[in-house]
Write a protein that binds this ligand. Sequence first.
Ligand code: ADP
Ligand code: MG
Length: 140
Amino acid sequence: MAVERTFSILKPDATARNITGAINAIIEKAGLRIVAQKRIRMSRAQAEKFYEIHKARPFYGELVDFMTSGPVVVQVLEGENAVAKYRDVMGATDPAKAADGTIRKVHAKSVGENSVHGSDSSDNAKIEIAQFFTDKDIVG
Ligand code: ADP
Ligand code: MG
């Protein structure tokens, strides 16, 4: 597997608790390099578009409300097998089911307020990165 990029979000429950540095430490310790990063407030339109795939799910409204409830940190992570590696580092969606040492096991509050997003495929990573960054923003 060659070096690839994935898209990450440190969610509002993480910025609210001032644990973005603690999460970044886990990311970097896993060998993933933060090659772009900015703190933003997601607009409703941005959040709705970003999670469009979940539109029919019962938690969609709650998810959009949550993602727009406070600042987030959007990131591009780079490394060997970065997409799958970051999914491993994040842990399961529900922190109660996440493996020891994963970001969600250590930090997440609930299945909804679960501290981080990571792309689920290389194709989606490209689509998601393009929603928040231009090529010039990414310094590898
Ligand atoms: P993941 O973020 O692990 O890829 P999903 O793509 O299934 O998980 O869901 C996207 C996000 O929607 C989750 O990270 C979480 O914030 C929220 N979510 C998922 N399932 C639920 C649920 N049952 N109740 C509330 N929010 C949920
Ligand atoms: Mg997902």
